[in-house]
Design a protein around this ligand. Structure first.
Ligand code: COA
Length: 340
């Protein structure tokens, strides 16, 4: 962005996050998944994660994160004029979690969108919110990334490569208009991509319309089609290739250099992915904010949850230049450059 120009744009006016209070340590998984603490730590960097209590749904996590984001922005619930929820683990297959969250917030007939872009959901939602703001459609958008992954995991040794990784949590942001300039708070660029050739490499096949005359049958349940399935090695190799590419693309579009970025919030899929990207790009590890060691992979929530965690711990400050970068199911990936 040319520093001499100012133009209409959007900003993150508030950030919030929430994780369930149930801490699941690797030792607990050793008892059910034929795994070990050492394997999980060495391959993923995860030491513990949060899983919901049985009665908690995705919208409950959304609500907690949303209220914290509103408080952080100094706003009241009733000021929100649009809701976007990114999740791949909704309360109900239809209508998802967004309308449920809207009801829990008491927001009358405010429109509530839901997008299923898995790990890139927050960035896809951020581009939607930015576009809505620039078009003048809405002025105070609540954007939430949230998941209850623990309810789509195969909790037997068959699912151990997936079930040690995924977890539950939510992150929320309030998106409002701003006049963009190089030193102002605001979103300078956002780039997103999809490659549906790899749609089945990370997926929950059922309920779905692609595998037979019915969306869910007893056979599908027996075969575990309702669980999350992942080709881990393929995801890994694509993530460490696509994330640096899209990060460079977004930096270029924003006219900032990598060295100018204060904090990198990468999707939290695997600590080794983030370490490889950091090493390859020579990013100081102190600039990469990771939460995977304590929260696991919370899919659409990882980036806003990480921002909230960093803000709470004093590692993220107003005025910091941030790079947010994701990769996940679809495959889909994206990157945004913004000043907080
Ligand atoms: C899942 C992942 C950690 C697996 O690591 P990996 O090094 O690729 O491991 P592999 O799948 O090749 O399995 C290696 C061995 O460990 C075993 N294994 C898999 N999961 C295990 C677990 N939880 N505990 C113990 N052993 C396990 C495998 O059975 C295999 O055993 P074998 O050599 O006897 O056949 C890794 O592929 C990964 O992180 N991928 C990216 C995942 C990701 O980003 N997902 C989210 C996308 S948003």
């Amino acid at each position: 962005m040319n520093s001499s120009l100012s133009k209409n744009g959007s900003q993150i006016a508030g950030i919030g996050g929430y994780v369930p209070d149930r801490v699941v340590k690797n030792a607990e998984l050793e008892k059910i998944l034929d795994t070990t603490h050492d394997w999980i730590v060495q391959r993923t960097g995860i030491e513990e994660r949060r899983w919901v209590h049985p009665e908690q749904a995705t919208s409950d996590l959304c609500l907690m994160a949303a209220d914290r984001a509103l408080k952080n922005a100094g706003m009241d619930r009733l000021e929100i004029d649009c809701i976007i929820v990114a999740t791949s683990t909704p309360d109900f297959d239809v209508p998802g979690s967004a309308p449920i969250l809207q009801k829990k917030l008491g927001l009358g007939s405010v429109p509530a969108f839901e997008i299923r872009q898995a790990c890139s959901g927050f960035l896809y939602g951020l581009q939607m919110a930015d576009s809505f703001i620039k078009a003048g459609a809405y002025k105070k958008i609540l954007l939430v990334g949230a998941e209850v992954q623990s309810k789509v995991l195969d909790m037997t040794p068959n699912g151990r490569n997936v079930s040690v990784i995924f977890a539950d949590g939510a992150g929320a942001a309030i998106i409002t208009p701003t006049i963009l300039s190089k030193n102002s708070s605001g979103l300078f660029s956002i780039k997103i991509h999809t490659d549906g050739n790899f749609a089945q490499e990370l997926s929950i096949p059922s309920p779905g319309s692609a595998i037979g005359p019915e969306r869910l049958t007893a056979t599908m349940l027996t075969e575990g089609k309702h669980f999350l399935h992942m080709n881990g090695k393929l995801v890994f190799t694509h993530a460490v290739t696509k994330m640096p590419q899209v990060l460079a693309e977004s930096l270029n579009a924003a006219e900032f250099t990598q060295d100018q970025v204060d904090r990198f919030f990468f999707h939290q899929a695997n600590m080794r992915i983030n370490e490889k990207i950091g090493n390859d790009l020579k990013i100081p590890s102190s600039k990469i904010y990771n939460t995977i060691q304590k929260y696991g992979n919370t899919t659409a929530a990882t980036i806003p949850l990480g921002m909230w965690d960093a803000f709470e711990s004093g590692s993220l400050k107003k005025g910091d230049l941030l790079a947010l970068t994701s990769f996940g199911a679809g495959f889909s990936w994206g990157s945004a450059i913004l000043r907080f």
